[in-house]
Design a protein around this ligand. Structure first.
Ligand code: KG4
Ligand code: ZN
Length: 357
C-alpha cells in the first residue's frame, strides 16, 4: 500500500510518499519539507496570510517532487492524505483542496488526517510501537498527555491551562532577542550554559493531575531579563545560562507530569510499558535525555522519533493516512477543513481558565 501525504497546517509546506513495507527503514519513499521560516522571521512569528499564500505557491511542485523522488506515479497511489486540521485554516484549505483534486481525478480514496494524530502515530512508522501507549505531545500549539489505544482512539489525561511548551520556548527566545523559531535556538544556546544558575518556577509540579502551565515560567524569564536591564545588557554566558535554566525547569515539569500520567495509564492498562514523545519540542535532545530518566525509575520504554520526524512533516501525515486507510477509514470529498479538532472529543474543552483543547 502506498499513500501520498500533504502537510500545510502551519509554516511548513510538505509532501511525502510512504508505504506499508514490513521494515520501518523501507517505509518512507520520499519526504520533502519546505520551511517558511525566512518569510516569517521579519515578523518574529507566523503570519497566517503569508503562510497560506506560500503554501499555495509551493504545494504543487512539492507533490511532484515527492512523487519523482519516490519514483511513484499518481496511478500507483492507494490513497491521498492531507492534514484536515487543526491548524491555520488558510493553509489547511490549500492542502485539503490539493489532496481532494488528486483523489477525485484519480478516483482514489481521500483521507483527512488530524495533524495531532500524525504526530501521535509517528512512533509506529519508525519503530512499530504497539497500542496502547502513553503519548507526551509537545509542539508549538499543543502540550498534552494522551493514552493512544488505536488509530482513532485517544484519551486525554492532561493539557495546558495556558501556553504550549513550544510556545514558551518561542516567546522566551523572542524576549532574549534570539529570533524565531525559538526552540532550536534556545537548545543551541543552552548547550554552553549552566542550568542551575537561575531559580525559575516549575509550574504544576507536585499537583495530582496531569495538566501543564507554562506562562509563569515565561513571566519569570521576562523578570530575569528586566533584572539585567534588558536583554541587550546580558552577556552571551548570561543568555546561555538562562536558556539552560529554562530547559532544566521545563524538564523537571515534564518528568513530574509524565509520572502522574504513567500512574493513570497503568490503572487502565496494567501491562502498558511505553512512553512516546512527539511534536516539535520532542526534537530537543536535552529534554529527551531528561525524559530517559523515566526508563529506569518507572521501568518503561521511552520512544522519541528522529528529530526531523518530530517537527512538522508530511511523512507522518501519509503514515497516519495509511493507517486509517487500512482500518477502512476514509473521508468524503465534501470534508470541511477544521481549525480546531481535538484528538479526544470527550475531553472537556476547558479546565479552569483558558485551557487549550
Ligand atoms: O510540531 P511542530 O513542528 O509544529 C506544531 O505543530 O506546532 O512544533 C513546532 C514547535 C515550535 O514551538 C518550535 O520552537 C519547537 O516546536 N521546537 C523545539 C525544537 N525544535 C522545534 N523546541 C525545543 N527544542 C527544539 N530543538
Ligand atoms: Zn505539529
Amino acid at each position: 500500500m502506498i499513500v501520498l501525504g500533504i502537510e500545510s497546517s502551519c509554516d511548513e509546506t510538505a509532501a511525502a510518499i510512504v508505504s506499508d513495507a514490513a521494515s520501518p527503514e523501507a517505509r518512507i519513499l520520499s519526504n520533502i519539507v519546505l520551511s517558511q521560516e525566512d518569510e516569517h522571521r521579519p515578523y518574529g512569528g507566523i503570519v497566517p496570510e503569508i503562510a497560506a499564500r506560500s503554501h499555495l505557491e509551493h504545494v504543487d511542485h512539492l507533490i511532484k517532487q515527492a512523487l519523482d523522488d519516490a519514483d511513484v506515479s499518481l496511478a500507483q497511489l492507494d490513497g491521498i492524505a492531507a492534514t484536515g486540521g487543526p491548524g491555520l485554516i488558510g493553509g489547511v484549505i490549500v492542502g485539503v483542496m490539493s489532496a481532494k483534486a488528486i483523489a477525485s481525478v484519480q478516483n482514489k480514496p481521500f483521507i483527512a488526517v488530524n495533524h495531532l494524530a500524525g504526530h501521535a502515530l509517528t512512533a509506529r512508522l519508525t519503530e512499530n510501537v504497539e497500542f496502547p501507549y502513553l503519548l507526551l505531545l509537545v509542539s508549538g500549539g499543543h502540550c498534552q498527555l494522551l493514552i493512544v489505544e488505536d488509530v482513532d482512539r485517544y484519551t486525554r489525561l492532561g493539557t495546558t491551562v495556558d501556553d504550549a511548551l513550544g510556545e514558551a520556548f518561542d516567546k522566551s527566545a523572542k524576549m532574549m532577542g534570539l529570533g524565531y523559531p525559538g526552540g532550536p535556538i534556545v537548545e543551541r544556546a543552552a548547550a554552553s550554559g549552566d542550568g542551575t544558575r537561575f531559580k525559575l518556577p516549575r509550574p504544576m509540579l507536585g499537583r495530582k493531575e496531569c495538566h501543564f502551565s507554562f506562562s509563569g515560567l515565561k513571566t519569570a524569564i521576562r523578570k530575569q531579563i528586566e533584572h539585567f536591564g534588558g536583554e541587550e545588557k546580558m552577556s552571551d554566558q548570561d543568555i546561555a545560562d538562562l536558556c539552560a535554566s529554562f530547559q532544566t525547569a521545563a524538564g523537571d515539569v515534564l518528568i513530574d507530569r509524565c509520572q502522574n500520567a504513567l500512574k493513570q495509564f497503568r490503572q487502565r492498562h496494567p501491562d502498558g510499558d511505553t512512553l512516546v514523545v512527539a511534536g516539535g519540542v520532542a526534537a530537543n535532545q536535552t529534554l529527551a535525555k531528561r525524559l530517559s530518566e523515566l526508563e529506569k525509575s518507572e521501568n518503561i520504554k521511552l520512544i522519541v522519533p528522529p528529530a526531523e520526524l518530530c517537527t512538522d512533516n508530511a511523512a507522518m501525515i501519509a503514515w497516519a493516512g495509511l493507517e486509517r486507510l487500512k482500518a477502512g477509514q476514509t473521508d468524503p470529498l465534501d470534508f470541511k477543513p477544521r481549525p480546531r479538532w481535538p484528538l479526544d472529543p470527550d475531553a472537556p474543552a476547558a479546565i479552569g481558565a483558558g485551557v487549550k483543547a
